[in-house]
Write a protein that binds this ligand. Structure first.
Ligand SMILES: *Cc1c(COP(=O)(O)O)cnc(C)c1O
Length: 384
């Protein structure tokens, strides 16, 4: 086995991904620079159309990042300070941050241990007369059970905002076998084009997707200072734009998104197959209602061995990440909402058990084999 410490194994290989499509990206970039329409230029318009047709959605609106997309969605839905929004206790902070920033009240919901999604069986009990929405987060690249969420949301007339930042290109599979893209099923879906997301640009970027044309128009206006016509402001908005240069890159990369998803799935399948006999490492569950596009390959480590495994792999030059070490309700800034340890036991335990392994579109087989061999060694001898 060669020593990959020198090669530096990465969680994500953005450079390798770029090099494979360098001429196309470079041409698109150069064209955007030469066009010199840097804000809302032709590339933004083109990418918006591509995004819309890829996702088979009535409206796509680009914005500056995935966090803004969530905020704009909640503004577009007319949420008012004091309204309650149900959100998983185990997610990236952005999902909850915008709720707090808008003066809304986050009502946390525990997650399911198998798929890390919000525990939809607890949803109904959390709804009060102040509840206006719920945010299923399609964590790590797999859709939440949207039919379960929508059934409750419809009954209580609350809005559904899909946080699709980690699941662009994943397909939701309905009970009858038909499919729809992640982010196009609830009232509105939000996504991020942060470089390490499945569809990433070379900086920040985000978008909203909706089948509701009227809501699409509203969020479009909000994202642009609340104006439909320049200098006439009909609502309070924000300044949140996708750069033309980023749109040029994204329009090229969107054509490869399905191919990228397949590459990630191939890596995931090899990990699955290699680890299936380990009893202390639980491989990611595949929900029957979703494809999985593996923004992360996240395992659970049993018997308190997570940190030991992480240190062991680090020693061998293998990076791993813990998404996320602290649940949102126990984050210092969010203690003001009055939650305490023990309130969301699954979310809390997952923070101690999860580990995400390197996965990306350019994974070399010998590198993955080196990672696998070391993980198996840890559980079979070195970690005993
Ligand atoms: C990345 C991410 C966001 C925020 O996206 P940014 O573009 O970084 O603002 C929101 N929610 C989830 C689940 C994410 O992973």
């Amino acid at each position: 086995m060669p020593d990959y410490k020198m090669d530096k194994i990465q969680m994500v290989d953005l450079k390798g991904q770029y090099l494979k499509i360098k001429p196309e990206i470079d041409n698109a970039l150069l064209k955007a620079v030469e066009d010199a329409a840097y804000i809302n230029g032709p590339q933004v318009k083109q990418f918006t159309e591509s995004l819309k047709s890829f996702n088979k959605v009535a409206a796509a609106i680009t914005c500056a990042n995935g966090t803004d997309a969530l905020q704009i969605a909640m503004m577009g839905l007319g949420f008012k300070p004091g309204d309650e929004v149900i959100v998983p206790a185990f997610t990236y902070i952005a999902t909850v941050e915008v709720i707090a920033l808008l003066g809304l009240i986050p009502k946390f919901i525990d997650i399911r241990e198998d798929t890390f999604e919000l525990d939809y069986t607890q949803l109904e009990a959390l709804i009060s007369d102040k509840t206006v929405g719920v945010v299923p987060v399609h964590l790590f690249g797999q859709c939440s059970n949207m039919e379960a969420v929508l059934a409750v949301a419809k009954e209580y007339k609350i809005a559904v905002i899909e946080d699709t930042a980690q699941a662009m290109g994943a397909q939701y599979i309905y009970g009858d076998g038909t499919t729809a893209f992640a982010g196009t099923i609830g009232d509105i879906g939000t996504t991020s084009f942060f470089p390490s997301k499945n569809l990433g640009c070379f900086g920040d970027g985000g978008a909203l997707l909706t089948q509701n044309v009227e809501l699409g128009e509203k969020v479009q206006i909000i994202a642009n200072h609340g104006q439909r016509k320049k200098y006439y402001h009909e609502t309070i908005g924000v300044n949140s734009r996708l750069d033309n240069i980023q749109a040029a890159i994204l329009d090229v990369k969107l054509r490869y998104l399905n191919h990228y998803s397949e590459s990630r799935q191939k890596v995931a399948e090899k990990y699955d197959e290699s680890f299936k006999d380990l009893t202390e490492l639980i491989i990611p569950n595949r929900a029957k209602y979703s494809t999985h596009v593996f923004n992360q390959y996240t395992c659970k480590v049993k018997n308190g061995k997570r940190d030991k495994l992480k240190a062991y792999l680090h020693e061998k030059g293998i990076p791993t990440m813990v998404y996320y070490p602290v649940p949102v309700h126990l984050q210092e800034a969010y203690l003001v909402y009055g939650y305490k340890k023990g309130d969301y036991p699954v979310a809390e335990r997952m923070c101690d058990e999860v580990i995400s392994l390197p996965i990306h579109t350019e994974m070399k087989i010998e590198v993955q084999e080196f990672i696998i061999e070391n993980i198996i060694n840890f559980f079979n001898k070195d970690g005993k």
